[in-house]
Design a protein around this ligand. Sequence first.
Ligand SMILES: [Zn+2]
Length: 233
Amino acid sequence: MFNFHTYYIDEEPCLLNVDTADLQPSYPEHVRLSIGLHPWKVGEDWQEVVASIRKEASRRDVWAIGECGLDKVHGAPLAMQMDAFRAHIAIAEEVQKPMVIHCVRAFDELLMLRRELEASCKQEGRVPQPWVIHGFRGKPEQAKQLMTKGMLLSFGHQYNVETLRKVFSEYLSPLTSYLSPLTSPFYLETDDLHLSVRQIYEQVAHHLDVDVDRLSRLCDPRTNLFLRHEKDV
Ligand SMILES: [Zn+2]
């Protein structure tokens, strides 16, 4: 049961979020990494931190850039957060790895940055990296808006059940055109909570009335989002 975003290692396969200052030379086989500067930690020194992220971003066990993003409730002034986030976007494109994004009340800005990226990628004839919004709690309309713009969602222990059901049923519907068949309907995570991701899978399986093993297969980013890296390691 893949844990898409966590700060702690347990026995489940996971994407462990680490600060570059704490990076170890190696990690257990079932642990892969995301590295980034959390928007709450963006300060005057952000460029130095981002430089260290750029240096480590090509590591084979780094599968994603983040978490990074925008937060209008906490952290540095939004303009500084936007600059730091843009620098992360550039790194993700450079190393061709997806992004794990923290976004609180800044979805208009996020969509604007996505449009910017899509425009520049289009000029260069390439496809932008997927962005995964972690800890998504928004309503179904917002989920759909983000997903039609090339973003994916990861749910933690708190989420809008209606959104979860809608995203799941639309993923399974052959009529849905805005989701690539190569992606999962969504991913699941524990974030900063000390609990097993199994509990999240069980809760979500209950809300969707599906078998937990089937859910575990569907929400495994190693079979889609990280397929390239999985083969690589
Ligand atoms: Zn976050």
